[in-house]
Design a protein. Structure first.
Length: 376
């Protein structure tokens, strides 16, 4: 296995990296909140041979022998939450409080700022922006608000349109900082809620209202009318025993829900989805705690054959549906999240610290949804 040189700051899970960077590399709170982020100049796309740690021969069906790793954009601080929308990749740069848009041939532009915290005073924390994003069955962009402490939706692809808040409280207490989210075909949303978007990013944060770092379900989210208040009484807490739930995804056919946990144990869990949307039979799918490579479990997606692609130690960890590690795509920066893109959904886009990468694979990713309605 080839050893990749790494900045010492980036030898940690996202939360630890964020705390260290707050003192050593990140903008000050005043800059993070008050200084508008500048559009990123077009990045010359650079390609290198993809480095792979192959753990099982079955990985040959997934990763071409001559696969290339393209860096399509760089110059950010901690990129997250990618989603492919109408031929463009949307992603969050959390410290700059922005959602950005990369379009082939045009480069990166700012779609939304602020994307999370909207207060007038400096935020005073490292991650004021939004986090994970997805699309609903009507193609509407849905966002884990992170420092905004909610889940919200755009009803058209217009950053100036009002946001529809889908969830912000559980039993009258504010959510911690919604991190990642996924729709089920019944129109409900499942989302994780660790404390990484709070100022102190831990359970002792004075603004943390909930004791639990939970996984929740919003029944009927798809049917919520634009601008309507969230149905707070309907929000369901489904998982309460993971210290740091993070990435979340359904298996093809939605028989299982996958949730990973970033720390202290680096684990991927599988839950059986019952007809009413609740969960049963928690099962440890894979434990990567002993892997000494930098970073931990974070955002994940699945392909049409049920394989799981997740941020994890060393880059992008690929697991079989049974939980066997098939390979790790070795990325030169710690990975936060991934998304399928392109017309055939065989391009995996990778958000990794300061840069966005892509790699062409052999199996198509599970579709998210249809096209996003345009602004009227």
């Amino acid at each position: 296995m080839k050893t990749i040189s790494t900045n010492p700051l980036r030898l940690f899970a996202p939360a630890t990296f964020a705390l260290l960077s707050l003192f050593l590399a990140a903008p000050t709170p005043a800059q993070t909140t008050a200084t508008p982020a500048q559009p990123t100049p077009p990045t010359r796309i650079t390609s290198t041979p993809l480095q792979v740690d192959r753990a099982d021969p079955a990985s040959a069906r997934i990763i071409p022998a001559n696969a290339k790793l393209d860096r399509i954009a760089t110059g950010f601080t901690w990129v997250e939450g990618p989603v492919w929308v109408n031929g463009s990749l949307f992603f969050a740069d959390i410290p700059s409080n922005t959602i950005r848009r990369w379009t082939p041939g045009k480069g990166v532009s700012i779609f939304l700022q602020p994307s999370g915290y909207k207060g007038s005073a400096p935020y005073g924390g490292y991650e004021p922006g939004s986090n994970g994003m997805t699309l609903d069955a009507n193609g509407r962009l849905t966002v884990a608000g992170h420092a905004q402490r909610d889940v919200y939706r755009f009803d058209t692809l217009n950053p100036e349109a009002p946001e529809t808040v889908l969830a912000d409280r559980y039993q009258s207490l504010r959510l911690n900082s919604p991190n990642d989210l996924v729709y089920r075909s019944d129109g409900s949303i499942y989302f994780t809620d660790p404390p990484y978007g709070l100022r102190k990013q831990n359970d002792s944060d004075p603004d943390k209202d909930l004791q639990v770092n939970g996984v929740y379900r919003i029944p009927g989210a798809l049917a919520q009318k634009p601008g309507a208040a969230p149905a707070r009484a309907d929000l369901q807490l489904l998982i309460s025993d993971l210290p740091r739930p993070n990435g979340i995804a359904f298996s093809p056919g939605e028989k299982f829900l996958y949730v990973d946990n970033s720390e202290p144990k680096k684990i991927w869990m599988r839950y059986r989805v019952l007809p009413d949307g609740t969960l049963a039979d928690p099962t440890l799918l894979y434990d990567g705690t002993a892997d000494p490579r930098p970073n931990g479990p974070d955002g994940m997606k699945v392909d049409v054959q049920g394989n799981i692609y997740s941020a994890g130690p060393g880059g992008v960890v690929i697991l079989s549906p049974e939980g066997k590690r098939l390979a790790t795509l070795l990325i030169p920066e710690p990975v936060a999240n991934v998304a399928w893109g392109g017309s055939d959904r065989k391009t995996l886009y990778i958000c990794a610290s300061s840069s966005v990468y892509r790699v062409k694979l052999s199996i198509a990713g599970e579709p998210v949804t249809q096209s996003m309605p345009q602004s009227k």
